[in-house]
Structure formats: C-alpha cells, structure tokens
Design a protein around this ligand. Structure first.
Ligand SMILES: [Fe+2]
Ligand SMILES: [Fe+2]
Length: 171
C-alpha cells in the first residue's frame, strides 16, 4: 500500500476536525472534551501547514510563496484568535463557518493543496507527511473570558487583515 501524502493527511484531518467540532456542538450542552480536542487539533493542523507544507512549496518555487499564502495566513490568524475565548455554541458556529470557507480554499479543484501538488513530487509529499505526523502536540493556553477577546469571525478576520502582507519571497 502506498504511504499517504501530506495532502491526504491534511484532508483527512479536515474531516476529523469538523467531526470533533460538530460533536462539541451537540445539544443541549457543549461537549467540552470534544471542543478541547478540536482546539488542540486545529492549532496543530495550522502549524503543519505553516511550518511544514507551505515552506516546502516556497522552497520548490525558488523563494516565492504559495499564490494564496497571505489569504490563508489571515484565515489561520483569525481562527487562532477565535480559539482563545471560552467556548459556547455561538462561538462554535462562528468557527465552523470560517473553517468551512477556509477548508474549501485549500481542498478541491483550484485549491491551494492542488497548487502544492503541482510543485512537489509524490515522494516529497510522502516525506512531508512523515514530518507532519512527527510534529508534537501544540501547547494550549487556558480559555480567556474577558472583553476584547474575539468572538465573531467578522471581527477576528478584520483584525487579522491588518497584518502586513509579506514582501515578495516571504510568507
Ligand atoms: Fe489552513
Ligand atoms: Fe487545512
């Protein structure tokens, strides 16, 4: 059997993370254990994309970032900031909406994962999957419940969009 590529690994992780979030949102009460697993998993997923996959593509392109690198990074920053707050159902709905839009930018025809596959060989993609799997769990902070913590996708995105766009060759 062929070993999975990092793209297959990440697509399967999208499904796993969506399932965890939907499980967390099961009524009548938020399933906090499922949400905690989702939160840890999403932070690790983002780290794999930003520290393993996207830099490998940038290197393969002679220093030029993925076409949508900045847009994806803005989404990642917004998602990360939504994970800071103490969760409730409303927050989970905001995260689910943003995550669904984001995952669609990566998967499927014309998505960023397809672009990654154009620049990296199957062997390279399998090696990157091994690196991804060996990445340790991300350490997570306690939930914050206070004014100023982002609770809507709109506010989190607005803040993340204020990040400077990378100069050519970075990002
Ligand atoms: Fe992503
Ligand atoms: Fe992803």
């Amino acid at each position: 059997m062929n070993e999975p590529t990092i793209i297959e690994y990440l697509v399967a992780d999208h499904v796993r993370l969506h399932d965890l979030l939907e499980r967390a949102m099961s009524l009548p009460h938020l399933e906090l254990g499922a949400y905690a697993a989702f939160r840890r998993g999403l932070l690790r997923h983002i780290k794999i994309e930003e520290k393993v996959l996207f830099p490998a593509v940038r290197e393969a392109r002679g220093g030029q970032a993925l076409d949508r690198a900045h847009e994806l990074r803005v989404d990642h920053a917004a998602l990360t900031s939504l994970l800071v707050s103490t969760p409730d159902l409303e927050l989970c709905r905001e995260i689910l909406g943003l995550l669904s839009t984001h995952d669609a930018k990566e998967e499927g025809v014309g998505g960023s994962y397809e672009e990654c596959k154009r620049w990296l060989s199957d062997d390279e993609l399998v090696l990157l999957a091994q690196r991804a799997r060996s990445l340790p769990e991300v350490r997570v902070a306690a939930y914050l419940h206070r004014p100023g913590v982002y609770r809507t996708a709109e506010s989190a995105l607005a803040s993340a969009r204020r990040m400077p766009a990378p100069k050519k060759g970075i990002g």
